[in-house]
Design a protein around this ligand. Structure first.
Ligand SMILES: Nc1ncnc2c1ncn2[C@@H]1O[C@H](COP(=O)(O)OP(=O)(O)OP(=O)(O)O)[C@@H](O)[C@H]1O
Ligand SMILES: O=c1[nH]c(=O)c2[nH+]cn([C@@H]3O[C@H](COP(=O)(O)O)[C@@H](O)[C@H]3O)c2[nH]1
Ligand SMILES: NC(=O)CC[C@H](N)C(=O)O
Ligand SMILES: [Mg+2]
Length: 516
């Protein structure tokens, strides 16, 4: 398949962003795949890579048992780029010094360019996205240090003779200026790759793969009304038509108006079969007394599957139903610890929250993709823009936006506050500039207020507007003060139990988008 194209191998050291690196390389017109750091040097070199990129990772290169690449990789004459942990790994392997300096940097960081070289050509300074605790304090001999930040004495280096280079920051994330440029500079100027690869249609490949896998069997699709499952369903419907039945689970953790909209919009647009399961009692019973976020996620993930199993039994013919379609995306997989050696950040209900005894074979046509790639596929499939650009909403819904136990009463409070905040966002015309807008109830926190000349002892609501491209990194959304004021006034006036509204101004990292 790749006989005519250069291949860039991304070595995954347990990064949150390995797939994102591969994707940026593909965006630069060079085909790219990921391999685990545990792959042997022979296995990697057998692929005849035109270049290798070493990803970031949670470990420290000098620590015992930290992951390493075989030194043969650095001697093979193949161009290598290191990113974050990979940058530190390359520095250490080539004779530089890596240390914990006590100067961590997380999120937006200004970088000063000392000498642009080939890697940073044309750049004098930039704002980049950092996420590190260790630093390269001295570049290896023969490597030119190119840049520094307040917390990283050497933030970039290159050795054009050896065709090696690296950066401490994350050029693969959207929030780094000159990110794509740095990757392209490495690929083209340092490694000499040809930019002749084009992503063939994601949709056509996925349709063919589903046809082959399913044959004439019946398939169930978990449909949430969100973009991902709608695109997944549309792909499967294109492949196997009315062998498909969609199931929407109304678990009582939805936002106001959500359930009606799913029934109306989806069936109208696709004409697919839809079963709606009204099971809020079941979910609330499973969530009673549960406070730990991971326990909540697992309880919800389990119950989802139990409902799908019940539905499969109800509608199956003699053959039964073996396949379950989910709109899982790559961020769901990697955050659930599904990347090679990746840390478990949170168990997404559809990946890490699935029960161990699940009988279904999963069909997840979007599992290696990111939200904006899915949106592009949705537009290509002819789905309406209004639905394709809906804000994402997590499967566990308001259940992970109530910090504390989930009860009906608390859900009602949050549902109202969320509705007001979203209504004001839409009125202000900001739906497209804000990527997602969680509204969170701090149910176990109370504070004193004065309302109508009397004392109140109510709950705070947190507004969490964010900008992002793919949920892997995010910045806090700068809502205009007038809009925030309107939200705050309306929420405290209209939702009796709330007497305080606060805004979350943290990027991801260090925070995540959701609070649990
Ligand atoms: N209420 C629900 N009923 C049935 N399936 C669901 C429900 N909520 C989530 N799912 C399943 O879990 C998957 C992951 O949920 P997620 O919220 O990430 O995706 P989505 O809802 O399809 O898209 P979006 O990210 O835009 O909300 C969905 O694609 C869908 O397959
Ligand atoms: O379907 C889902 N099931 C889950 O369990 C889940 N947890 C987080 N999210 C969504 O994923 C994106 C990244 O979220 P975080 O920054 O909070 O990890 C954001 O868009 C979140 O809303 C989920 N979606
Ligand atoms: N994001 C990373 O790759 C981090 C690398 C290393 N764990 C550090 O903290 O410096
Ligand atoms: Mg959703």
């Amino acid at each position: 398949m790749l006989a005519d194209h250069d291949l860039v191998v991304v070595i995954d050291f347990g990064a949150q962003y390995a797939q994102l690196i591969a994707r940026r390389v593909r965006e630069a017109g060079v085909y790219s795949e990921i391999m685990p750091h545990s792959a042997s040097a022979e296995r990697i070199l057998e692929r005849k890579p035109a270049a290798i990129i070493l990803s970031g990772g949670p470990q420290s290169v000098y620590a015992e048992n930290s992951p390493h690449i075989h030194p043969a990789i650095f001697d093979a004459g193949v161009p290598v780029m290191g990113i974050c942990y990979g940058f530190q790994e390359m520095a250490a392997a080539m004779g530089g010094v890596v240390a914990k300096t006590g100067l961590s940097e997380f999120g937006r960081t200004p970088v000063e360019v000392d000498e642009a070289g080939a890697l940073l050509e044309g750049c004098t300074g930039a704002t980049v996205w950092m996420s590190h605790g260790d630093s390269v304090t001295s570049a290896p001999e023969g490597f030119t240090p190119l840049a520094h930040t307040a917390g990283a004495a050497v933030a970039a280096y290159e050795n054009t003779t050896k065709r090696m280079a690296g950066v401490q920051w994350h050029p693969e994330v959207l929030h780094s200026d000159i990110g794509q440029q740095v990757i392209e500079n490495f690929l083209v100027k340092i490694a000499g790759c040809s930019q002749d690869w084009q992503a063939s249609s994601i949709v056509d490949e996925a349709v063919a793969a589903v046809k082959k896998k399913v044959g004439s069997k019946k398939v169930l699709c978990a449909l949430s009304g969100g973009v991902d499952s709608m695109v997944a369903a549309a792909i499967v419907q294109k492949a196997i038509g009315d062998q498909l039945t969609c199931v929407y689970v109304d678990h009582g953790l939805q936002r106001k108006g959500e359930s009606d909209q799913v029934e109306k919009d989806f069936v109208e647009i696709t004409g697919a079969k839809l079963v709606v399961k009204d099971v809020s009692d079941r979910f609330l019973a499973k969530l009673a007394g549960v406070i730990d976020p991971e326990a909540k996620r697992k309880a919800i993930g389990n119950e989802f599957i139990r409902v799908f199993e019940d539905t499969a039994r109800e509608i199956a013919d003699a053959d039964g139903i073996d396949f379950l379609v989910q709109g899982t995306l790559y961020p769901d997989v990697v955050e659930s610890g599904g990347g090679e050696g990746a840390a478990n950040i949170k168990s997404h209900h559809n990946v890490g929250g699935l029960p161990e005894d699940m009988q279904f074979q999963l069909i997840e046509p979007l599992r290696t993709l990111f939200k904006d790639e899915v949106r592009a596929a949705g537009m290509q499939l002819g789905l309406p823009e209004k639905l394709v650009y809906r804000h994402p909403f997590p499967g566990p819904g308001l259940g992970i936006r109530i910090i504390g136990e989930v009860t009906r009463e608390r859900l009602d409070i949050l549902r109202e506050a969320d509705f007001i905040a979203r209504e004001e966002l839409t009125k202000a015309g900001l739906d497209r500039s804000i990527w997602q807008f969680p509204v969170v109830l701090l149910a176990d926190v109370r504070s004193v207020g004065v309302q109508g000349d009397g004392r109140t002892y109510g709950h705070p609501i947190v507004l969490r507007p964010v900008t992002s491209e793919d949920a892997m990194t995010a910045d806090w959304g700068r809502l205009p003060y007038e809009v925030l004021e309107k939200m705050s006034t309306r929420i405290t006036n209209e939702v009796r139990e709330v007497n305080r509204v606060v805004v979350d101004i943290t990027s991801k990292p260090p925070a995540t988008i959701e609070w649990e």
